[in-house]
Ligand binder design. Sequence first.
Ligand code: N01
Length: 490
Amino acid sequence: MTIAVAVIGAGFAGIGTAIRLKQKGIDDFTIFERGDRVGGTWRDNTYPGAACDIPSRLYSYSFAQNPEWSHTYSASAEILDYIDSMVADHDLARHIRFGREVTGISYDEESGEWTIRFAGRRRPVTARSVVMASGPLANPAMPDIRGRDDFAGHVIHSARWDHDYDFTGKKVAVIGTGASGVQIIPHLVKQAASVKVFQRTPGWVLPKVDLETGEFTKRIYRSIPGAQRLARAGWFWGHESVALGVVWDTPLTRAVEALSRLNLRLQVKDPWMRRQLTPDFSAGCKRLLMTSDYYPALQADNCKLVTWPIARIAPEGVRTVEGIEHQVDCIVYATGFEVSKQGTPFEIVGVDGRVLADEWAGGAYAYRSVNVEGYPNLHVTFGPNSGPGHNSALVYMESQIDYLTDMVVHLEHNGWKALDVRAEVQERYNRDIQKRLASTTWNSGCQSWYLTDDGFNSTMFPGFATQYANQLREVDLRDYRIRVHADAAA
Ligand code: N01
């Protein structure tokens, strides 16, 4: 039997999509999740110190406000609880199938249906619409360092933490000092005998002022929902103004850098260390790092910052190019994720047997980040050029979810076969996006996961969250080709 909507992934995007589908009267959907519980990135990233660097009031859905957030910024366990509570509050458990890893989907023009295939299962599922909610940062990336497999000790990746490994008394190397690395290092320094931090590029660091939410404030949030909306709006506009110093190179960028330098001067006494920790690219080119305990941890007696490039991994540890071998018991890779900027997480075959990964080989693109011409009724959350960079990913996600669920409603209520974005509309949109990206800080010279090796930016949205939300506020059916079933056309 064909279902109305197949949602792939039970992380924030999949759960949010499910809630909005229900609120819009669509109950005939199933969420297929490869893991054994909901939560996506917050299920997978359980490293010590895992927390969100965006305030909780903004890192949550406006249609599922939570008066109980304990702090300004939440730790991963609390975020996971929030996702669980959304599942319970909206009766979503009966819609979720766990252990279903999608291996490929293909579109049949005749029926207007997508076939979804799963690892280890012979029977595929068919659906009229598919929502890709599998997340861009779902698969850990191991760095391409010579000798990596030769290491005789223990290996852990930040996104697949080994909670059984006891760091007490151990010598540890951490490779990677991005958003994950700076959260892990302070915790390891407290536990391990010694920690060597291998830094390739220092990032811009701003202090994270994390306050506990008092019982009185919670009571206000519980009894006056408008107060939560007000707090959310405050954070939202604060982040919108930060965009001026992060998305484009403006005088505000210099102000962000000055603030970060001041933070460095106040927290790090040693001039050599300060030089090593000073970035040489514009603030915002890579993600800003929000932490107040990273610099103090680096200066702990049992911690050492290593800035010589890594030459290779040896059986006993990490060898740097000047010939020193740092012998360790464990290597923690905080080296980020395999980001599908060009490929797709599984094979996606559209009209005329077109394969999306082939079309995206030069860099991914979509219309309004959600739809791709030739792949009707397929909707992507966190798709090409939808990255916030300066605001909450959930604010962007909420816009996508509202937009794509409206499209599903159009399709289902009208009994149409397909909604396929017009090629010329998509082309015009992406020409404009790439033109605007050229003047952003992300394209100003540093290398980050936002760019392909050729410097093509298919991840970030070049503007304010408000602009992004405005473009997704309404589905303009003139942008789409509508196909009807043969019997309806007759
Ligand atoms: O990964 P990253 P991440 N040799 O790719 C280094 C989200 N997130 O997991 O900068 C040596 O940013 C690499 O060095 P360099 C957020 O969107 C959110 O930290 O390339 N080093 C870098 O230091 C974030 O952007 C939260 O020179 C190597 C690090 O590894 C995204 O996840 C929290 C190397 C990788 O940094 C990814 O963050 C955490 C090599 N061969 C994460 N290869 C929130 O709070 C890589 N590196 C919401």
